[in-house]
Design a protein. Structure first.
Length: 387
């Protein structure tokens, strides 16, 4: 019997969060994740590729390294690209496109490299080339070594397929999930986002508690690759999470379908449109029975009955929405509400402006590294349990 092929799988992470993604990969049973700049490398075969796309909350994309060769000029790139075993990866009936980058190499013109590789694929395999193709081959030419990868995700993985409605400055689901992980959230404690916008943190938290796979509802590029096995994929996807837990239990173990007697995962926003959006997004994600969204200002926020948990929040900040000066007062008032009413709760605040975190007066530990998000950099500020 042939051994199934194994290759390097690269899980893309925002710079600064590679180690957090590696921890998630380890927790989800991927062996020996290696932290690299911009992501995490693991070794596996196609089933691991599918599972990484299906299960990892923090990865932005899953790339597969296909191999490569040395090329010192374009004619050599053309010849060797023609001999590359494209038929093992690509289908002749599925459109494809190529992206390239060059560094420290005799071939320095990415456009010319793309043209050679695309021509080789079209003429040798017969696959149509299209700028709109979902399937993308990435060629990196560094020190005259050409390495091909294929993007197995397609659309970025923060698109879980449940969120149609988004607000002015939504947090990416991938980033939200990694910030939750950094706050020590594992689904077994209540959570509140008092400025929830489109509900990203609350919905991610509820899905984690319910043991639902983030990719359960969406399509992936790997479904159109030569290696795809629809029956094996369906079996993998159907096997995901969501076992029942004891009725009346306050919290469910991670991996069990949450069935707490009230909503453990709550969002609020003073904007009625945001609350409507959050409810609709939660319903599409199928976690509306364990979430609740209310329309009010944080000034009216009170802790629910039961044990304390995590307050996670991404308040408005100057660079993107709102006026920075007005925001200092808002942050100070927010900090006072939490300090006065939320003893025992931990706080995680994501902001692009450290001075706004300081304005809350909350006892934040030194923040995490700046993470690129929507053209800005954001940082996670965390407290321990408030007194
Ligand atoms: C940066 S957005 C949050 C985005 C959210 N994390 C998401 O993924 O969609 C900030 C939110 O704070 C809300 N907000 C601003 N001032 C507020 C207040 N005083 N009370 C409650 N919500 C407020 C805004 O309506 C906005 O939806």
């Amino acid at each position: 019997m042939n051994t199934p092929p194994q290759f390097e799988i690269f899980l893309v992470a925002p710079p600064g969060l590679e180690a957090v993604l590696a921890e998630e990969a380890r927790d989800k049973g991927f062996a020996d994740p290696a932290v690299l700049p911009g992501g995490v490398a693991i070794i596996g075969g196609w089933p691991e590729v599918w599972r990484a796309n299906l299960e990892l909350r923090g990865a932005g994309k899953v790339l597969v390294r296909l191999g490569g060769f040395m090329a010192f000029h374009l004619a050599q790139l053309d010849k060797r690209s023609r001999k590359f075993p494209w038929a093992e990866i690509l289908r002749p009936d599925v459109p494809v496109r190529v992206e390239a980058s060059c560094a420290r190499s005799k071939i320095y013109h990415a456009g010319a490299a793309i043209q050679r590789i695309e021509t080789a694929i079209r003429e040798e395999l017969g696959a149509p080339i299209s700028a709109q193709a979902e399937i993308c081959i990435k060629a990196r030419i560094i020190d005259n070594e050409v390495t091909f990868s294929v993007d197995t995700s397609g659309e970025l993985l923060h698109k879980r397929g449940h969120k149609e409605a988004v607000g002015k400055a939504p947090m990416r689901e991938t980033l939200a999930s990694m910030f939750l992980r950094q706050c020590g959230f594992d689904g077994a404690e209540p959570l509140i986002d008092p400025m929830c916008g489109s509900g990203t943190f609350v919905i991610e938290a509820a899905e984690i508690a319910a043991g639902l796979h983030p990719g359960r509802s969406r399509h992936f590029a790997f479904e159109a690759l030569a290696s795809f096995d629809p029956a094996a994929w369906e079996a993998m996807r159907a096997g995901g999470g969501a076992a029942a837990c004891a009725p009346g239990a306050m919290a469910c173990a991670p991996g069990a379908m949450a069935c707490a007697p009230g909503a453990m995962f709550r969002g609020a926003d003073r904007d009625a449109g945001a609350v409507r959006m959050s409810r609709a997004n939660a319903a599409r994600a199928g976690i509306d029975t364990i979430t609740a969204f209310d329309c009010h200002s944080f000034a009216d926020l009170t802790p629910p009955e039961g044990p304390p948990g995590l307050i996670i929040v991404n308040p408005p900040y100057g660079g993107r929405i709102g006026n920075k000066k007005l925001l200092y007062g808002l942050h100070a008032a927010f900090g006072q509400v939490l300090a006065a009413r939320f003893g025992g709760w931990r706080v995680g605040m994501v902001t692009g402006e450290p001075s706004l975190a300081k304005a809350t007066g909350l006892p934040f530990a030194p923040p995490g590294p700046p993470i690129p998000h929507g053209g800005l950099k954001v940082q996670l500020f965390r407290t321990g349990a408030l007194k």
